[in-house]
Structure formats: C-alpha cells, structure tokens
Design a protein around this ligand. Structure first.
Ligand code: ATP
Length: 258
C-alpha cells in the first residue's frame, strides 16, 4: 500500500512556492450561518492533489468562495505567496488560481472549441483574437478530456456531463499553479469519473499543479496519490489517500452531520 508522509509545512516556504496554500484561524460563512470556524490548513509547497470531503452543506463551496476572493473572511489566507488573499484581486489573483465552479452555464451560442480557447483569456483578453498556438492548446485540452468529437458543437446543446468535460478542458488552459474544482465529476459516468480523476493526478505529477477538488465520489479516490481533507470533521486535517483512510472518512460521513 502506498503511503505518503503527512506534510510538514513552514509558512516561510510560501515565499517560493506558487502551489502553496496557508490558511490560519479562518472564520467564514453567511450573515446567519458561520460554516468555517477556526479552520486552518497548510498545503505542502510541492504539487499535490487534495480531495475535499464533507456532508452536503458542510461548507466546501463556501471555502472555495473564500479562496477565490468572493467571500469576506476573518483570519489569514495566503495563496501562492506571502501576501494576504484579501489584498489580491483581478489578474493578480487569476495568475495564482484557476476555479471551476459547480455549475457553469452559457447565455449565448458558442462552439465548444471557442469556449475552450477562452481559457487563454488571461493572456489575450476574453474576446480577443486567439492565435493558432492557442487553438492547438484548446484541441490538446479537448483530447485530454476525451472530448475532441465535441469541438464543433454548440456548447449549449451538450449533455450535462459533456459540458463538464468542456469546462475542465477550458480550465486546463488557464496556466495557474493552483486549481480549485467544485465537484467536477458530479455529472459524469463511471468511466469519465475515473478518467478525470486520473487526469487531475497527471496535472499534479507532470504539470506541477496543486489541485483542491471537492467531491462526494469516494469510490474513485483510492487509486490516487494525494490527500483527503474532510471539512465535516471538527478539526479538518490532510490525510494521505489510501484504502483505509477513504474507508475511515466514509464511515465518518455515513454517521451523518454532527
Ligand atoms: N449566499 C448564501 N447565503 C446564505 N447561506 C448560503 C449562501 N450560500 C450557501 N449558503 C448555505 O451555506 C451552507 C454551505 O453551503 P456550501 O455550498 O458551501 O456547501 P457544500 O459543502 O459545498 O455542499 P454540497 O456538498 O451540497 O455542494 C448551505 O447550508 C447553504 O445553504
């Protein structure tokens, strides 16, 4: 059984680690509901995959909304550098972080290929003219997620699962060191779920990404390298992924919310 050491991270390592995330005593939530209380997390400065687990409503999306600068917070968050997250915005934040929200939609007609190439917007602006090299990357990204055959179709006419693959392809073009994905396999069949988790592991191993991925799909996790982070636990901690640790978190979640 593969075992990874639980990471020991020193805050000083953040100065040189674009994939790092350091959260200390975070308090966040909504007017009538504090969801994250005294939440702390230190990601290793090396590229890593982290599966974020928790009951419905535990606060996984809320955590991602904090980390993407959409929700105010108390405490300290440093992401890919020593500056406090609340001082970063716009392009400075986008350079450090790519985000795939749970549900993406599109209000206008656009081909899949055009939508994917927009992942390069940080380099060109959203509706600028993209270059051949950008389209080559879009085609490669579609091939990576197994969606080449969808390239010319109108995005809005795809199934939910097909749309999910396309958003993943677009995300991969953003070139950020840290990606947050909110239940990316939610609508996928068993084949595509496994394939996407393998792809995320590949992004970590070969493209030096750190990936935080919220999921309820515990069955897909054991073959992966990385960590579990169960935010339903009173003190969420990184636990190396293994058959045993996935089983333990499943048993904990099966007992229901506290
Ligand atoms: N804008 C908001 N105002 C008030 N409450 C909110 C708001 N957005 C979310 N909530 C509540 O916060 C709680 C946590 O929501 P969140 O989406 O973070 O949960 P989650 O862990 O991602 O759940 P799931 O597994 O169901 O996706 C939920 O009870 C939700 O109703």
């Amino acid at each position: 059984m593969r075992k990874e050491p639980v990471p020991v991270v020193h805050q000083s390592q953040l100065l040189t680690a674009p994939q790092s995330l350091f959260v200390e005593n975070l308090i966040a939530g909504y007017a009538d509901k504090v969801l994250l209380r005294d939440f702390s997390l230190a990601l290793p400065p090396t590229p890593s995959f982290v599966a974020v687990l928790g009951h419905n409503g535990a606060g996984k999306t809320t955590l991602f909304r904090v980390l993407t600068g959409q929700l105010p917070y108390q405490g300290s968050v440093q992401l890919g550098g020593p500056e406090e997250l609340r001082t970063l915005s716009g392009p400075r934040l986008a350079r450090r972080l790519g985000y795939l929200p749970q549900r993406g939609s599109l209000d206008f007609s656009l081909s899949v290929r055009e939508l994917v190439v927009m992942g390069r917007y940080r380099h060109h602006g959203l509706f600028s003219t993209y270059k051949l090299a950008d389209y080559a990357r879009a085609d490669a990204a579609l091939a990576q997620v197994g969606a080449t055959h969808l390239a010319k179709q109108d995005f809005r006419q795809l199934s939910g699962g097909e749309q999910q693959l396309v958003w993943l392809a677009q995300l991969s073009l953003q070139d950020a060191p840290l990606y947050l994905l909110d239940e990316p396999t939610q609508q996928l069949d068993v084949y595509h779920r496994r394939r996407i988790f393998e792809l995320l592991n590949t992004w970590v191993a070969t493209e030096n990404k750190t990936i935080l991925c919220s999921t309820h799909d515990l069955d897909s996790l054991p073959p992966l390298a990385g960590y579990l982070l169960n935010i339903s636990r009173p003190r969420p901690q990184l636990v190396p992924i293994s058959l045993e640790s996935v089983r333990a978190e499943r048993e904990f979640l099966e007992r229901g919310p506290a």
